[in-house]
Design a protein around this ligand. Structure first.
Ligand code: 4AD
Ligand code: MG
Length: 439
């Protein structure tokens, strides 16, 4: 017999059906047993008359909630049943996966244990519709990202994650034993997407794992995350990259809104709106002036950079002033940017770079890259880097590399701002942080 989804049961009144799902609750009464079964489309009440099958009644009595069950029975209309005005009269039940009792915690209980405990039993926490929705949104989001790229002649790449040298700055680098030598985990696909520009691919994207040995405990940092990266050739400045992103993001928001907008509102109370174009832009100098006007005091060691409080203050300013959730902060000082960002011709202390903040959170860093070998090598030296470990990278620029730029975006951070999730641990399938390598 084919499985019927719970949402489709109203179309099967009077018929015998097979439903499959989890036992959400069990009411074991004197002559009747009432089970509430849950599949990913809804809940249904299943009624069992104990005398009809005493042996089965005994099996049911022992079932722990959250057991995985296959149930066969007849669908009957019953006005008094609050769940959709119908129930299934149980004929047969198979225990596919018994749930031990007690559960580590009841994912459908009134009070939930703290997040760290729930992460120990992540799969139970993910049984909640709210949590599954996050990953349905992620799926739609990634599909929309790809659809847009494919519509704009991009090539998908998969760059190596095991490297012989750092792929960004040398900080936050995980090393691992690699036979007789030491290897490193990629901190971004940065160098390799630039190699694709030297290879003449012109437009590339990659969605893949990124590793950062960042010991911080915050609501927005992970030691492993999914990076969304792209790079395009023949640009004139970082402005071309920003124009690409804002159009791409608006397209992705529209796709998510169309498919999940109502459910997001229902589960998270968030009204997902497609951002208007263009996104507001502020130079770093303007951003600093705004922060100053608001008496937001950045600590001196933050000079030229933004801290989380400053990001939030700017997010609020943009919301109040332009009623917009996004802002590009552009033209960051070279002192706080990586060596490969291109410098402004008329002001070499500033880079042709940007961060994109969404609801006051950095979701993207991007830039036009320096593609001229000599200039790039000299910028690396200005940063105090020795050229030898990055020579493979520098070689990419020796035999004709076009001007190019791109960005990296944290997938979970984008999900956080889309659904107003307070912590990145909710926006990732399994969190990895300094204190968490399990399950
Ligand atoms: O800002 P980041 O470090 O920039 C780069 O990796 C550059 N290669 C990008 C470029 O093309 N110039 O990382 C990009 C994004 C951040 O904006 C943030 O959204 C996310 O990746 N991110 C993290 N997400 C979770 N946990 C962390 N530890 C993250 N570090 C960065
Ligand atoms: Mg950044």
């Amino acid at each position: 017999m084919q499985r019927t989804l719970i949402k489709d049961l109203p179309r099967h009144i009077g018929e015998e059906v097979k439903v499959q799902g989890w036992l959400q609750t069990l009411r074991d009464q004197k002559s009747m047993q009432f089970l509430v079964l849950r599949d990913k489309t809804g809940l249904v009440q299943v009624a069992h008359w104990k005398k009809g099958n005493p042996e089965l009644a005994e099996t049911i009595s022992k079932l722990g909630t959250e057991s995985a069950l296959t149930i066969v029975g007849k669908v009957v209309a019953n006005e008094v049943v609050r769940l959709g005005g119908l129930e299934i009269q149980l004929e047969d039940l198979k225990v596919e996966g018994l749930a031990e009792t007690p559960l580590p915690f009841d994912p459908f209980g009134e009070v939930l244990p703290d997040q760290d405990f729930r992460l120990d039993w992540r799969y139970l926490d993910l049984r909640r519709e709210r949590n599954r929705l996050i990953f349905e949104v992620q799926t739609t989001l990634e599909a929309a990202m790809r659809a847009y790229w494919l519509g704009h002649d991009f090539i998908e790449m998969h760059s190596p994650k095991i490297l012989g040298a750092a792929s960004e700055s040398g900080a936050e680098l995980f090393s691992l034993k690699y036979f007789e030598t030491t290897a490193y985990l990629a901190q971004s696909p940065q160098f390799y997407k630039q190699m694709a520009m030297a290879a003449g691919f012109e437009r590339v994207f990659e969605i893949g794992p990124v590793f950062r040995a960042d010991p911080s405990f915050t609501s927005r940092h992970m030691t492993e995350f999914t990076g969304v990266d792209m790079e395009i050739s023949w640009i004139e400045s970082h402005e071309d990259v920003m124009v690409f992103i804002e159009n791409w993001l608006a397209y992705c928001y529209a796709a998510v809104q169309e498919k999940h907008g109502e459910q997001i509102k229902e589960q998270f109370g968030t009204e997902l709106t497609v951002p208007s174009l263009p996104f507001p832009r502020l130079s770093m100098a303007e951003a600093y002036q705004i922060l100053k006007d608001q008496n937001y005091a950045l600590p001196p060691e933050q000079k030229g950079d933004l801290d989380p409080g400053a990001e939030r203050a700017l997010g609020k300013y943009i919301k109040d002033t332009y009623n917009h959730d996004f802002v590009f902060v552009t033209d960051w000082p070279f002192s706080v940017r990586p060596f490969y960002h291109m410098l402004h011709e008329d002001n070499p202390s500033l880079t042709k770079s940007f961060d994109l903040l969404g609801k006051g959170l950095e979701i993207t860093t991007g830039a036009q890259r320096e593609h001229r070998y000599e200039v790039l090598a000299s910028q690396a030296q200005q940063k105090g880097l020795s050229l030898e470990p990055i020579q493979d990278y520098l070689n990419f620029f020796r035999y004709g590399c076009p001007p190019h730029g791109g960005f990296g975006l944290g997938l979970s951070r984008l999900l956080m701002i889309m659904m107003d999730l307070p912590n990145i641990r909710e926006a990732v399938y399994l969190f990895r942080g300094p204190n968490r390598l399990r399950p």
